[in-house]
Design a protein around this ligand. Structure first.
Ligand SMILES: [Ca+2]
Ligand SMILES: [Zn+2]
Length: 263
């Protein structure tokens, strides 16, 4: 029986302290130090889209999501691939073997822009299921409208998490897709920067004999806080990673909130 780790990031406000130096990229790890990654046996990684809950026309939503996945698949020296396998009616993140993209309002509060829910095995860091939720508290668009959140922009960032990449918060990283802040009308995350690509290549090197090395994954910016599994959850637990959170009163800035374990 696989064991899964439950990590829950509490909603208590916590201003992230910017690292003095930029990271080239940062990899997500499980509590045993394994790099989170998809197995090659899972390629192409399939995804589904809930097009009933979208606040933009379904076709535009679908295209924006597909474009986000395609940006990562296009990285030349990384082997990961994706496949859109159809719509879903799923409205909740769940460990059900389906990777779903959902627009919904139920996520962790009005200050959450988007969330990626990553379910993985703590035996080896193998990712099993990722669901991405975009918060309909915000107005979304597919054309980079200045007063709305751009779906492809947010989704390209979230797919980076789906692949196993972590947020970057240093100013030096502000042009990267994995930069952890987002703004209205922003579209620059749609295209990957060299460091984003390098992060993906570190996990999914073309040479299959290369294991998922941890190169570049600086651990100085601890970002996750383990808590006890909920009662009755058995061996199935999960990791929630909260992403792109908006500080109320800081409309132009987003920050990640953490529980009471400042690194
Ligand atoms: Ca799922
Ligand atoms: Zn993020």
């Amino acid at each position: 029986m696989k064991r899964f780790l439950w990590i829950f990031l509490l909603m208590a406000g916590f201003f992230f302290t910017l690292a003095p130096f930029g990271h080239a990229y940062k990899l997500e790890h499980d509590e045993n130090g394994n790099v989170l990654h998809w197995s090659r046996d899972d390629f192409p990684v399939s995804f589904k889209i809930n097009m009933k809950t979208t606040t933009v026309p379904a076709g535009q939503f679908q295209q924006a999501v597909k474009n986000a996945f395609a940006a990562w698949q296009a990285v030349k020296n990384a082997s990961i691939t994706f496949a859109y396998v159809g719509p879903t009616d799923s409205t909740e993140p769940a460990y059900d073997g389906e990777n779903c993209v959902i627009m919904g309002k139920h996520v962790s509060g009005p200050d959450v822009i988007g969330q990626a829910y990553i379910f993985y095995s703590s035996d080896d860091g193998r990712i099993k299921d990722v669901d991405i939720v975009l918060n309909t508290f915000y107005h979304w668009a597919t054309d980079g409208a200045p007063d709305k959140m751009d779906i492809q922009n947010a989704m390209t960032h979230e797919v980076g998490h789906l692949c196993g990449l972590d947020d970057l918060y240093a100013k030096e990283d502000s042009e990267e897709t994995m930069y952890g802040y987002m703004d209205y009308g922003e579209t620059k995350k749609r295209t990957l920067e060299p460091d984003d690509k390098a992060g993906l290549e570190a996990i999914y090197a073309i040479n299959p004999s290369e294991d998922t090395g941890g190169g570049g994954g600086g651990s100085g910016c601890g970002t996750i806080s383990p808590t006890s599994p909920p009662p009755g959850s058995g061996d199935i637990n999960f990791l929630w990673i909260f992403l792109l959170m908006l500080a109320l009163g800081f409309r132009r800035f987003f920050y990640r909130r953490r529980g009471g374990h400042p690194a």
